[in-house]
Design a protein around this ligand. Structure first.
Ligand code: COA
Length: 199
């Protein structure tokens, strides 16, 4: 059986708490999405599909099945008691020791380094404590905020998947950048190494 994921990961400023399939959690996440639609819409196709609290609750139950299988865990990001957004690690493959990270913040929580700190906590848990060898970040090449996150956290740009999906928001094809970090490149406590190999 997969080793149980930690309930919380504690950083200097933030706490990551595992999201739960409860109506209270669904309401909290839904209302944060609902108040940040324009900010999230260009980059996260699920924003449009999240029309009511029940959609978020269903998502949380579906996600929980993956958590039980050990392939995904998602954490809410909190500063003091305030919920700011989510970070998840998914496609966890213990055979190949790989996974991918995804994240979002409410607009008012951006510009403070909270995602950079959250990625550091996820890396510590999954590189150091759970033995992953490779973590990937994928994003639309137009998503400069997310590209900067990957670069700031020392992820290496490996290449891009050209026009690999259609963006309903931009009404054209999206090119996806692929960044990764290897366990051998992981430096506990450090974050700002800017490295760009391709593009
Ligand atoms: C992508 C997203 C999470 C990035 O948020 P962000 O606030 O830019 O990222 P961080 O939390 O790491 O903060 C970094 C910013 O805070 C600043 N900052 C302030 N204090 C900081 C600190 N202690 N440590 C690091 N950065 C700090 C940085 O300079 C940087 O600002 P800049 O980009 O103007 O230089 C956010 O834009 C978002 O939610 N976008 C919509 C959803 C989305 O695109 N998700 C990703 C899909 S691939």
């Amino acid at each position: 059986m997969a080793q149980k994921f930690k309930e919380k990961l504690i950083g200097e400023r933030i706490i990551l708490r595992k999201t739960k399939p409860t109506i209270e959690m669904a309401r909290l996440i839904f209302h944060t999405i609902d108040a940040n639609r324009e900010h999230l819409r260009p980059w996260l196709p699920w924003e449009k599909l999240t029309k009511q609290v029940e959609d978020t609750l269903k998502y949380l139950f579906d996600k929980e099945k993956e958590t039980e299988k050990g392939t995904k865990v998602e954490y809410g990001i909190y500063v003091n008691a305030e919920y700011l957004g989510n970070i998840g690690i998914f496609n966890i493959d213990l055979q190949n020791k790989t996974a991918e990270i995804g994240y979002w913040l409410s607009l008012k929580s951006t510009g403070k380094g909270y995602i950079t700190e959250a990625i550091g906590l996820i890396e510590k848990e999954f590189f150091q404590n759970r033995g992953l060898n490779r973590i990937q970040i994928k994003c639309d090449e137009r998503n400069t905020a997310s590209v900067h996150v990957a670069q700031r956290c020392g992820y290496v740009l490996e290449g891009k998947h050209r026009e690999d999906s259609y963006s309903d928001h931009f009404k054209d094809f999206r090119t996806t950048l692929i960044f990764s970090k290897l366990r051998s490149e992981y430096r506990p406590g450090s974050r700002a190494q800017k490295r760009t190999l391709l593009v």
